[in-house]
Design a protein around this ligand. Structure first.
Ligand SMILES: Cc1ncc(COP(=O)(O)O)c(C=O)c1O
Length: 396
């Protein structure tokens, strides 16, 4: 257990021992030991509560880590056909697939390889009823669910709040009619983002009275992701008690599909200083691009932590940006422990989730390599390097 441990500080201390010149630059380096530690916590929650925990592939989907993750978790949560295939072919266990808008041909494939298929609206479900029937007649075993919008918002960032005003994700519970529920095996809701247990408890308190009657005829309830279960301050006992209560009271299996929590504090993105200039402030051009390699820095937005950064007031602040021509390709301003020289290596912390899966080759910027390191043994393997072909292939 990592109770009481500051996992951010722990991660910084582990990666401080890693020699950044051991990998090509740029490169994501994932610590298998930390992934395993997170998964152990999730497995403990699963064992104590009876919940089934799936990795949300949208957050992190490196097959090289599948053997570690699948030792502990029950399966994967996919956002469509491609992730469902990855879950089935490269990971293991259950595949639960939600898509906000299925296409008929994709759905036929999704139904073959998923254990659960979750529709976003009764309209999609009704329109594709024939395809579901065909899949079942052919021996398919996929169960069918509907994503609900509990109409209770705990979102702190409107961009990541599927329960916010005018959301297209999930069917508002106030719109659901009895006919919409016929033949459903389960309900799904996902409304949280990087949150503790209390927002989930409040959401459940708000929605339970509305859906209790519906669950009576169903087999499962999927509580989505956004649960920061592996953070030391997460109330895991509260979650365990809630899941047990839901299972006992409603007679359903409970699924959780965290993404971030599986890989929190488990990877760095290593970069190199390409040039140092000044324009009102000290500037560095690096081979890490915010827009290509860590787009959430701009989209969310957020400021990543620099490994070994000095505290406010110490050292000299330098504004760091990528090699692309986008003026806004700026990662942030940082205080390196030692003034940078051209050719120096550096790293940003906590880069496993929503970075590797979101990289792109805008401007022809090279994709970072992928490496797996084990901080317990110091074993390192560079699992993939990318080149011109990866850029050109996607352009036709
Ligand atoms: C339906 C669904 N499930 C699971 C997740 C995973 O969330 P997180 O990585 O925040 O745990 C998301 C994230 O957007 C989601 O939309």
């Amino acid at each position: 257990m990592t109770d009481g441990i500051d996992i951010a500080a722990d991660s910084a201390a582990r990666f401080a021992r890693f020699d950044l010149s051991r990998v090509p630059s740029p490169c994501f380096v994932v610590d298998a030991a930390q992934v395993e530690r997170n998964c152990t916590i999730l497995a403990d929650v699963a064992a104590r509560s009876g919940a089934h925990v799936f990795l949300a592939l949208k957050a992190f989907a490196m097959p090289a880590l599948a053997p570690v993750i699948m030792r502990h978790l029950a399966g994967t949560a996919a956002s469509g056909l491609h992730e469902a295939r990855l879950g089935r072919e490269r990971f293991a266990g259950h595949v639960a697939t939600f898509n906000a808008g299925f296409k008929a041909d994709e759905l036929r494939e999704v139904l073959k390889i998923s254990d659960h298929v979750i529709f976003n609206s009764p309209g999609q479900r009704a329109r594709f009823g024939g395809i579901v029937d065909e899949a079942r007649a052919a021996g398919g075993r996929a169960e069918i669910g509907l994503r609900i919008n509990p109409e209770h918002s705990e979102g702190w960032n409107p961009k990541y709040d599927p329960a916010g005003p005018c959301s297209r994700l999930g069917t508002p519970v106030s719109q659901i009619r009895p006919a919409d529920l016929e033949g459903l095996d389960g309900l799904h809701m996902h409304t949280l983002c990087e949150q503790g247990f209390e927002p989930l408890a409040r959401t459940w308190a708000a929605v339970e009275p509305k859906i209790a009657g519906w669950l009576a005829g169903m087999r499962w309830l999927n509580l989505g992701g956004g649960h920061h279960i592996t953070r030391p301050d997460y109330d895991r006992d509260g979650l365990v008690a809630l899941v047990r209560r839901i299972r006992d009271r409603h007679g359903v299996e409970v699924y959780l599909e965290p993404g971030e929590a599986v890989v929190l504090q488990s990877a760095i993105l290593v970069g190199e200083v390409l040039d140092l200039t000044e324009n009102g402030v000290p500037l560095a051009i690096s081979d890490i691009s915010a827009t290509c390699h860590m787009p959430d820095v701009i989209e969310a937005p957020y400021r990543p932590e620099l490994l070994g950064e000095l505290p406010e007031g110490e050292g000299r602040e330098i504004r760091v940006g990528g090699p692309s021509c986008l003026a806004g390709d700026v990662i942030g301003s940082f205080r390196p422990a030692v003034p940078w020289k051209v050719g120096d290596r550096f790293a940003f912390l906590d880069q496993a989730h929503y970075s590797i899966v979101k990289t792109n080759t805008f401007n022809g910027v090279p994709l970072p390599a992928l490496a797996v390191w084990d901080s317990r043994t110091d074993d390192l393997s560079v699992v993939r390097q990318f080149g011109y072909d990866d850029f050109a292939m996607r352009l036709g």
